[in-house]
Design a protein around this ligand. Structure first.
Ligand code: C2E
Ligand code: MG
Ligand code: MG
Ligand code: MG
Length: 286
């Protein structure tokens, strides 16, 4: 059913923009082969505990090193992957790669961090997702508590009853669940109540103007205290300035992520940061 809506999508596209749709089909075919030939890679953006200043997590973000077009960002190919269904094999690769990399960091002796993986609606509705995630964890030898799935509100409200069941399944195997881009969807408060979440990521649209927008400050403060009272770990996304950081600290926001602390970076680079900052004090001096 989802497949046929993807095809309809192409038809409309073809009728109205012939050259573009040819590109789209070419890109689709290249994506299919690119997944197999290893053209996709992950960057990791560090997440810091505001109080300790330590890296406690990283979000895995996919990129495509296209042979002719160069490096493509998610905005340029995720929608196509979702429409075509290729997000399922691509997402499976992302899951395996992120788990494998996180275990690698643990094996180097760094203080363990949680790795966040974004999940699209199409993947979430795929009945094999729990099996895929379990396989990724088992193959990597990574304990489930160090993996977090990032789900969006729109994904959760599409079929709320089924979503709750799936989420309970993930919680049962020990995987953490974050609601991503929180506050941009339609049923924010209802979702917090009915879904077995562990974490709430405040959308960066509420963070962006914190330095000068009094209502955004009120909204951010309210979301942070709501999350805390519901027992969720709260993450602020898109933190770009020291002033935003100071405000979030004053609200006791637990975790921050954003360009102010670090851009998405290669696994090697994050490994170097982990080596410098995540070792216990005693171990650092040797
Ligand atoms: P997201 O999950 O909300 O990820 C955060 C995005 O915000 C990333 O963009 C990140 O680079 C960007 N960002 C982080 N800090 C800042 C900041 O301080 N300022 C600004 N302006 N931006 C910041 P990116 O990597 O381009 O990813 C965009 C979106 O693509 C993600 O949004 C996510 O929805 C999707 N995506 C990325 N990787 C995957 C994946 O593996 N699977 C799926 N299904 N979706 C993915
Ligand atoms: Mg995300
Ligand atoms: Mg987000
Ligand atoms: Mg987003």
């Amino acid at each position: 059913e989802a497949k046929s809506s993807g095809r309809d999508g192409f038809k409309v596209f073809e009728q109205t923009r012939p050259e573009k749709s040819l590109n789209r089909l070419t890109l689709l075919e290249e994506m299919r082969t690119g997944i197999e030939s290893g053209e996709f890679f992950l960057e990791y953006q560090p997440q810091y505990n505001l109080e300790s200043g330590r890296i406690v997590g990283a979000e895995a973000l996919v990129r495509w090193q296209h042979s002719a077009l160069g490096r493509l960002m998610p905005a340029e190919f995720i929608a196509l992957a979702e429409d075509s269904g290729l997000i399922v094999p691509l997402g499976r690769w992302v899951m395996h790669e992120a788990c494998r990399q996180n275990k690698k960091w643990q094996d180097k002796g760094f203080a363990p961090i949680s790795v966040g993986v974004n999940v699209s609606a199409r993947q979430f509705r795929d009945t094999g997702l729990i099996a895929d995630v379990s396989a990724a964890l088992a193959d990597a030898g990574l304990p489930a508590q160090f993996l977090e799935l990032e789900l969006t509100e729109s994904l959760l409200i599409q079929n709320a009853e089924q979503a709750v069941k799936l989420m309970e399944g993930f919680r049962h195997i020990g995987v953490n669940l974050a609601i991503d881009d929180f506050g941009t969807g339609y049923s924010s408060l209802a979702s917090l109540k009915s879904f077995p979440l562990t974490r709430l990521k405040i959308d960066r649209s509420f963070i962006r103007d914190l330095d000068f927008d009094e209502s955004d400050r009120s909204i951010a403060r309210a979301i942070i205290s709501l999350g805390r009272e519901l027992g969720l770990c709260v993450v602020a996304e898109g933190v770009e300035t020291a002033k935003q950081q100071a405000f979030l600290a004053s609200c006791q926001c637990e975790i921050v992520q954003g360009f102010h602390f670090g851009r998405p970076m290669s696994a090697d680079k994050l490994g170097k940061l982990l080596a410098m900052t995540s070792m216990p004090l005693g171990a650092r001096s040797g």
